[in-house]
Design a protein around this ligand. Structure first.
Ligand SMILES: [Zn+2]
Ligand SMILES: [Zn+2]
Length: 281
């Protein structure tokens, strides 16, 4: 029975991947920032990450997320939960997006500033070419941490966890669907911009600058709302695109070594990327 469910999950993931390929491969061909091979370096490894990360982080996260939701239900004032519960669904969905994105912003920023967390997050930044599939290139425990950080403020507002009995059942689903779809988009090799709306929602250029190998590193932590980076002093969006992507550290080539990388003895002191953050104006 469990094996059957696992097989169904795999098929579902394969179908979603096929849909993403059908959407993004032609778009990245027609509107590319840089001409780019469809079968770029490490694309096979990123397909493996796609399947691992579609299943494993949610499984691991289910326990701490359940505990978090339980704690919120028992510790938060009933008046607050009832007030939020009484709001229309669209208000709760917007609140959930704002809360989840703010939690994600700080979790992501800590992943760059704290050397231990950076060793997990470095897997994502090791990509040297950008396309939609780079979104899936991440250590599963890095995703568990960043999603957990996004869940904390959502649970604190009664918008996720068992408190979803308060008529907010669909909020985490909406937040996850919007966040996941947008994450594929902002990694894509697409030169689209939204003109005056670029202050409101993130674009590929905004997130590509987060992946820059040189220059203004440690910027643009938000996945969906760039104004959060403006608010917290980490926004960077010049006219031009980054010249190169990736990290300075040497990084293993095989997926097994990459997954073990955070636990391997350090050859040199871990790069504190935050130390390179210029003074904020
Ligand atoms: Zn990052
Ligand atoms: Zn990224």
């Amino acid at each position: 029975m469990t094996a059957n469910l696992f097989f169904v999950d795999l098929l579902r993931m394969a179908a979603w991947l096929a849909i993403l390929v059908v959407i993004f491969v032609p778009l990245e061909h027609w509107f590319a920032v840089q001409p780019h091979r469809a079968l770029r370096k490490q694309v096979g490894i990123d397909v493996c990450y796609y399947f691992i990360n579609s299943l494993l982080p949610s499984l691991i996260l289910s326990v701490p997320a359940g505990l978090l939701g339980w704690a919120a239900l028992h510790l938060l004032p009933g008046g607050l939960l009832n007030f939020i519960s009484a709001q229309p669904f669209w208000v709760k969905a917007i609140l959930g997006l704002l809360a989840g994105e703010t939690g994600y912003y700080w979790g992501h920023r800590w992943s760059h500033q704290i050397p231990f967390l950076w060793r997990f997050h470095a897997v994502h930044h090791s990509a040297e070419e950008m396309d939609f599939l780079v979104n899936t290139r991440a250590h599963p425990l890095d995703l568990v941490f960043s999603r957990f950080c996004g869940l904390i403020p959502m649970c604190a507002l009664g918008l996720a966890g068992p408190t979803s009995a308060l008529n907010a059942t669909g909020v985490p689903v909406v937040v996850m669907l919007i966040g996941t779809t947008w994450s594929f988009f902002v990694h894509a090799n697409l030169r689209w911009s939204f003109g005056p709306l670029e202050w409101l929602v993130s674009t590929p250029k905004f997130h590509h600058w987060h992946h820059t190998r040189t220059g203004a590193i440690n910027r643009n932590y938000s996945s969906t709302f760039p104004w959060l980076d403006r608010l917290f002093g980490t926004h960077h969006l010049p006219q031009e695109w980054p010249e190169a992507y990736g990290i300075e550290e040497s990084f293993p080539a095989t997926i097994l070594d990459q997954l073990c990388f955070p636990f391997a003895p350090e050859e040199a002191p871990a790069t504190d990327k935050a130390s390179a953050l210029p003074e904020q104006q």
